[in-house]
Design a protein around this ligand. Structure first.
Ligand code: FAD
Length: 519
């Protein structure tokens, strides 16, 4: 069966071959999806150039799709972040006389038809967008390309979401890489051979001011509120706004500060959750308020070698982390079945998972009795974000210590993360449960106590998120009942270990071995 990305490619070829018959009239449209920015946005820039050439109005639009939010388990914090970003984007575009039209469409299968209706109503016959790689999104685009074609409307879907577009890298035997390290070597070499991949895409050209007056109705659309089931309470709204200010100006400011002040020490400090050593830019990459290309280019320009590698190890390491984001998108585009609840490695589909709701709830609420796990889950629940080291620890704990189906954890993350991103989240869960691409071997099981002592040795992070343990001194904070006397923790109500590490480890090894032995 052709992969969705191939279906879309063939539909685009069809539309390109009929391009000559398509006459552009009064408007050119850019459809924003996960690229909510003005700067360094390829499709937006190209749309504006085409509009200038044709003397047409450039209109931009965004579709709020409650059904998409449902299907992707998008967290209320993330929905709120997107809506706040849209307001900023609308204001930035208004300075360029470019309208942002926002509409809510309940049923997502109606989206292509409604877009074609809007294009016709606006007299637009050229639509631009940047490509997304999830299966439903590729299929939606494929049907939109075909619907546009029937009406004589051109559509361009550009490769802008990754630094290197999926399909560009292949192993010596012309296959997709499934292991990160050789893939990364090839990624770096490809960018060095094609430096234009990092070139800045200029800001969109302005619409003439006179057009703004003519199209006042389109300019006047207000940004909708969140669908009812994705609404935040007032206190949550204030909290997320203050932790995560929205918009691309904020993204650039964070990038600037990170590159000037922290990137040099990134390699050494990035694994310590108690430190503010990483960029906290994931929400901006996920929403598209910052392009991965901009970030890699900025880091490269700060490197004394002016290359992606060599020079400053902090810069080199940070770039290799952004590459993980590309890697997981390449995996998704190549093996789309991972979008359908299937593990990357089919043999792991046979692992007998458990579905104990009480244990799952204790994990979600940060009540496992393992302080590092509990601190991390409480950070997630409060901030909508969790440090990468802790994401690995809690994911491994759920899948391996509790043997709970990793897909329940994957979903819980999406329902709570502000940076929830299918490819990276699925990749992270696959990695941590050893069921994914480039897996840790199943027998490598994180010991949460050792992880805690190694990466939060003073218990600073633990005490920040678990007030019950603030009075505990020394190393006992990692294991208040085992290493400490326990009285203090007991008084505060902090729970005992819900499972024993050694027993869980043995149980997990036996369960995985059973499946691998069956083959
Ligand atoms: P930095 O350390 O500053 O890294 C810079 C950027 O590189 C990140 O913003 C991110 O875009 C990318 N990146 C870094 N590490 C990874 C990685 N392991 N995989 C993919 N991209 C990476 N990241 C998400 O953006 N959304 C998710 O839904 C998500 N879910 C995850 C689930 C699990 C179980 C695991 C183990 C990891 C997950 N990650 C996810 C990856 C990573 O944890 C976050 O990107 C990172 O913690 C974000 O913090 P930062 O922006 O400060 O990262």
């Amino acid at each position: 069966l052709p992969r969705p990305i191939e279906l879309l490619d063939s539909a685009l070829v069809e539309i390109r071959s009929t391009r000559d018959e398509i006459k552009v009239k009064d408007a050119i449209v850019h459809w924003f999806r996960s690229d909510l920015r003005v700067r360094d946005n390829k499709a937006l820039r190209l749309a504006s150039e085409r509009a200038r050439e044709k003397g047409a109005l450039l209109i931009t639009m965004y579709i709020v799709s409650p059904q998409d939010f449902e299907a992707h388990f998008t967290s209320p914090a993330r929905v709120d972040f997107i809506l706040r970003t849209l307001q900023e984007l609308k204001d930035d575009l208004a300075k360029l006389n470019i309208p942002l039209y926002v509409e809510t469409i309940e049923k997502r299968k109606r989206i292509p038809g409604r877009i074609v209706d809007l294009l016709e109503a606006w007299g637009a016959n050229h639509l631009f967008a940047n490509m997304e790689f999830e299966v439903d999104e590729l299929r939606r685009d494929e049907s939109l390309v075909r619907a546009c074609l029937e009406k004589g409307i051109a559509m361009d879907v550009l490769p802008d979401n990754c630094v290197v577009h999926p399909g560009r890298l292949a192993t010596g035997t012309r296959n997709q890489y499934s292991v990160y390290t050789p893939w990364f070597r090839s990624w770096i070499a490809h960018i060095h051979e094609n430096p234009e991949l990092l070139e800045l895409s200029e800001e969109p050209l302005k619409n003439p001011a006179s057009m703004r007056e003519r199209y006042v109705k389109i300019f006047d659309r207000t940004i909708p509120t969140a669908p009812r089931n994705k609404m935040l309470k007032d206190e949550e709204k204030r909290r997320f706004q203050s932790i995560w200010p929205a918009g691309e100006r904020e993204a650039h400011e964070r990038l600037k500060i990170f590159v000037q002040q922290r990137i040099g020490d990134y390699k050494e400090h990035r694994n310590f959750p108690g430190e503010n050593a990483t960029s906290s830019l994931s929400v901006h990459f996920a929403t598209g308020t910052l392009s991965a290309r901009t970030a890699v280019r900025t880091a490269r320009d700060h490197n004394r070698t002016k290359r992606l590698d060599g020079g400053n190890v902090g810069i080199e390491t940070w770039i290799s982390e952004i590459a993980w984001r590309d890697f997981y998108r390449h995996v998704l585009a190549h093996w789309p079945y991972i979008c359908m609840n299937k593990p990357f490695k089919s043999e792991y589909a046979l692992v007998e998972w458990e579905y104990d709701q009480d244990k799952f709830k204790a994990w979600c609420e940060g009540r496992t009795g393992y302080p590092i796990v509990d601190a991390a889950m409480r950070q997630l629940n409060y901030c909508g974000w969790m440090h990468n080291r802790c994401r690995m620890v809690v994911a491994s704990f759920l899948a391996k210590h509790l043997l709970i189906d990793w897909r329940m954890g994957e979903r819980y993350f999406m329902e709570h993360l502000i940076d929830g991103d299918f490819a990276s989240n699925n990749g992270g869960w696959g990695f941590s449960s050893s069921t994914g691409v480039d897996p840790q071997p199943y027998f490598r099981i994180f010991n949460p106590l050792l992880q805690s002592e190694k990466f939060d040795s003073e218990g600073e992070y633990i005490k920040r998120w678990i007030p019950e343990l603030r009075g505990i001194e020394g190393k006992a904070v990692h294991d208040p009942y085992g290493r400490g006397k326990g009285a203090e923790a007991e008084k505060s109500g902090y729970p005992k270990h819900m499972v024993d590490h050694r027993e869980s480890r043995d149980r997990c090894l036996a369960r995985y071995k059973e499946v691998l032995g069956r083959r």
